[in-house]
Design a protein around this ligand. Structure first.
Ligand code: HEM
Length: 488
């Protein structure tokens, strides 16, 4: 063990402590991390991810420190991140240094021009249109034959019924327009391909991250086949967007993020700087994918969690509906301006994101130099894991972390507490780039669905469990049918 390293179990050759974690809890190794931290009586655990020294921050203080400390904001490369990126370091999620800083800044700045990550009447109108369509679909008022794939006999297939809405809302800033309704089946198929990638392994890249050759022996088991398939699908999608835009591009009118990227490429080419820059067609594809993938999967997965929790907690669901009836009524759909008047609904979403920490260990960080962390010495290239799940389920902090209790986020007058002690989106320089988008549209769709419908499991089936979700890069509920009853 490196000297002055946090307490933790002794390591084995090759795998470090990885096998021990899997033996402790195969599907949810982060729960074993949490158990080990308690066993060693510490909030910062020290172990080895294969040969790599790894520290695991398990409570508010250490996690906030890890996310704030400038020397801990690097990322790891692995065979999986390379497979999806033409064998290179590209995109935003899994890059660091100059490339990451420039590309993240460029993407956020220019996506913002088209309504992403802020209040935007134009983008909100698009999302509102998607919500209206979803409500019609779930009332059985749409007539396209393909709608039967996701809504039949008063039952809806989740998450597939929801995915086109979120994909379309993200396509507007990225590629200029949502797709016409007859492309909903293609969008649902894309949503399923994205979930293939999201459920192939966890954010540490699992076994294949440690022993890359395993992918040749077990392409399915290691998640390699899913990575190749989903990456090829998404690269094709955004290559088509890129070349369609290129064919009609003028530098006088920027239609969307793709146009601003083309414009930057043109500018750098003219100045003779393109070769030495971080901009390229391939980088565009990966940046677009890094925004598209979570929009197509993370928001709908969180909404499904919220609906599952409502199936388990009918009392909470009724309070949400009462609040919506009082503050919004039934004559119009909710919109983002209603957020301030709906503290219980907001608290229910906060509690959803605490109770089902979508990214239980966030995305691991890398120490970019030798550094001190919480009094310990971390060698350069150590892995830093923020166990967001431990923090969200910390008994010392929450008292009753297993309970689903939105009231924990409300003051005595029922108002939403200003300070939110949860961190589902991380924090600091690596803060989730889609937090605002996710919070806005999660609210809009959850409020719209709760205002209009009651949900019930068909034929007395049990709802999907509160725990025991499908593991992966993000956790999710496997697809299921739910009975939808219009409220009027
Ligand atoms: C409820 C939904 C979501 C949750 C819970 C979530 C959570 C997270 C977390 C925990 C991280 C890692 C932070 C870290 O490295 O410490 C992250 C990173 C990221 N997220 Fe999200 N996310 C969500 C939705 C979205 C959406 C909708 C988008 C884009 C449209 C998005 C784009 C990104 C990007 C690009 C990064 C990488 C940031 C970087 O490394 O600089 N996320 N997200």
């Amino acid at each position: 063990r490196p000297s002055n390293f946090p307490p933790g179990p002794p390591k084995l050759p090759v795998f470090g402590n990885y096998l021990q974690l899997l033996a402790g809890n195969y599907w949810y190794p982060y729960r074993e991390l949490d158990r080990l931290a308690r066993r060693y009586g510490c909030k910062v655990l020290g172990l080895h991810w294969g040969p790599v020294p790894a520290v695991v921050a398990c409570d508010q203080r250490s996690i906030r420190q890890a996310l704030a400390q400038p020397q801990l904001q690097g990322r790891f490369e692995s065979i999986i991140t390379k497979t999806r990126a033409f064998d290179k370091k590209l995109g935003v999620f899994f890059t660091d240094g100059v490339l990451w800083a420039e590309q993240r800044r460029f993407a956020l700045r220019h996506l913002r021009d088209f309504g992403f990550g802020r209040r935007s009447p134009a983008l909100e109108a698009e999302a509102q249109g998607e919500l209206e369509h979803l409500v019609k679909l779930l009332r059985g008022e749409t007539s396209a034959p393909h709608d039967k794939e996701v809504f039949v006999g008063g039952r809806a297939l989740l998450p597939d019924a929801l995915t086109p809405a979120f994909i379309n809302t993200m396509l507007v800033p990225l590629a200029g327009a949502r797709l016409p309704r007859d492309r909903d089946p293609a969008l649902r198929a894309t949503g399923r391909v994205v979930m293939l990638f999201q459920t192939a392994f966890d954010t540490t890249c699992g076994f294949v991250g440690l022993l890359p050759w395993l992918r040749h022996l077990f392409p399915r088991l290691t998640g390699h086949r899913s990575t190749v398939r989903s990456s090829a699908h998404l690269q094709r999608l955004f290559r088509d967007v890129f070349y369609d835009h290129k064919a009609t591009f003028t530098d006088t009118h920027m239609r969307d993020y793709c146009d601003t990227y083309l414009n930057e490429l043109e500018k750098l080419k003219k100045e003779g700087d393109l070769e030495n820059s971080t901009f390229s067609e391939e980088q565009f594809l990966l940046s677009a994918m890094d925004f598209f993938i979570p929009a197509a999967s993370a928001v709908s997965s969180t909404l499904v969690f919220a609906l599952v929790f409502m199936l388990h907690q009918p009392g909470v669901a009724e309070r949400v509906r009462e609040e919506l009836d009082r503050a919004v009524g039934r004559s119009r759909l909710p919109h983002l301006d209603d957020r301030a008047a709906l503290p219980y609904t907001e608290a229910t979403l906060r509690e959803t994101m605490r109770r089902a920490t979508l990214a239980p260990i966030g995305v691991p960080h890398r120490a970019t130099e030798d550094t001190k962390f919480m009094g310990y010495d971390l060698p350069k290239d150590s892995m830093v894991i923020t166990c967001l799940w431990s923090m969200h389920m910390d008994k010392e902090f929450w008292g009753d972390p297993e309970a689903f209790r939105p009231e924990r986020f409300l003051d005595d007058r029922g108002q939403l507490l200003k300070k939110d002690p949860t961190l589902p989106f991380g924090a600091g320089k690596r803060l989730c780039a889609g937090e605002t988008f996710a919070r806005h549209y999660l609210f809009l769709f959850f409020a719209g669905l709760m205002q209009n419908f009651r949900f019930r499991m068909p034929n007395g089936q049990k709802p999907p469990p509160m725990d025991g979700h499908r593991p992966g890069l993000i956790e999710s509920v496997p697809p299921f049918w739910v009975e939808v009853q219009p409220r009027d």
